[in-house]
Design a protein around this ligand. Structure first.
Ligand code: TK8
Length: 336
């Protein structure tokens, strides 16, 4: 081989090596701890594992997401703090537990806001949901996508609830924010804010009589073991939000961020589909497990809606006209 050819070939090899090294630099081997509150056998667990698989495929196994269910990394609030401090990379949890960080997230605890999932998807995935996510940035969190917990229903151990008056005297666990608390106090319940991670044992020991969550979550959390009565109220739609630690996120390359965002969108679509497909089955399972189901009539739901109106008005004012108007316009657009 001539000397010149050798030099040319060496140069070519060098270029190839450095191009390869550049691509490898762009996606580093990383461990990502992803925490969630529900049991592993739940919509959250299935979607978390799907997310991890998608990410592994996209990154040739370099972005390794390890999923931790059952609040084993902490309650929603504890995980949020860990993300803010950079001690944990990612999580999914209720927007209701974010209200102390970005108060406007309280709008998703307004009862009877959405009529169906289609409206919720449009508002969450559209400008309104994106704008709220942006507000997390300055709080050390990065909002990535919304999953759904879904329309919530009431369970308790005292008596069947068929109308708002039946809530009186029931010690009801509510999610930890002022909107949820006011809503259920106004409806006459003895509302007790509590982390979800403490809820099963609180129901078991009678610290509280009841709680509210979507049927899938009631089923996967085995609340049928400690609750007798289920009332189908669909009183509020609960989103979940997938978030990353901003401290950690800012250290990722844009290629890595893009891979995570893309896999997150796939996990969102998977999760919503899985959740919606599972609702009827979960309800059957709850009945089979001995829960007594009350279908709350439309007329009684309308009465509930009237009772909580002042609460919605109060918090709409607190969040400012701009937020409320944007929200209402987004819902209106979704309805048309
Ligand atoms: C689980 C929670 C739970 C929520 C609650 O992570 O606290 O009742 O509905 O499902 O997000």
């Amino acid at each position: 081989m001539s000397k010149l050819l050798k030099i040319v070939m060496a140069a070519a090899t060098l270029t190839m090596v450095s191009a390869g090294a550049h691509a490898a630099d762009d996606v580093k081997a990383r461990n990502i701890r992803f925490g969630y509150g529900l049991n592993e056998d739940s919509v959250q667990g299935r979607a978390a594992r799907y997310f991890a698989d998608e990410l592994a495929k996209a990154s040739d196994g370099k972005l390794k997401m390890m999923t931790f269910g059952g609040a084993s990394l902490g309650s929603d609030s504890q995980m949020q703090s860990a993300l803010q401090g950079g001690a944990q990379e990612m999580m999914v949890g209720s927007t209701a537990t974010l209200v102390g960080i970005v108060k406007e997230y309280g709008v998703f605890d307004f009862p009877f806001l959405f009529n169906n999932e289609k409206e919720a998807d449009a508002v969450l995935d559209g400008d309104f949901g994106t704008k709220l996510m942006k507000k997390l940035d300055e709080k050390g969190l990065v909002g990535i996508v919304y999953w759904e917990n879904g329309f919530r229903n009431l369970t308790n151990n005292s008596h069947p609830v068929a109308k708002v008056e039946d809530l009186s005297g029931i010690k009801l666990r509510v999610m930890q924010n002022q909107v949820a608390l006011d809503v259920f106090q106004t409806m006459g319940a003895n509302a007790v804010p509590m982390a979800f991670s403490e809820l099963f044992s609180a129901l078991e020991t009678g610290v509280v009589d009841g709680q509210e969550n979507p049927v899938n979550t009631i089923e996967s959390s085995k609340f049928y073991e400690v609750q007798k009565y289920l009332s189908l109220t669909k009183h509020v739609y609960s989103p979940w939000i997938v978030m990353a630690s901003k401290k950690w996120w800012d250290g990722l390359s844009s290629t890595e961020q893009g891979m995570i965002e893309k896999a997150a969108v796939a996990s969102r679509d998977f999760e919503r589909k899985d959740n919606r497909a599972g609702t009827a089955k979960a309800l059957d399972a709850l009945k089979a497990d001995g829960m007594q189901v009350t279908v709350v009539s439309d007329a009684e739901l309308d009465r509930m809606r009237e009772v909580v109106k002042p609460v919605i008005e109060k918090f709409s004012k607190q969040y400012g006209e701009e937020t409320s108007n944007e929200l209402m316009a987004a819902i209106k657009a979704a309805r048309n």
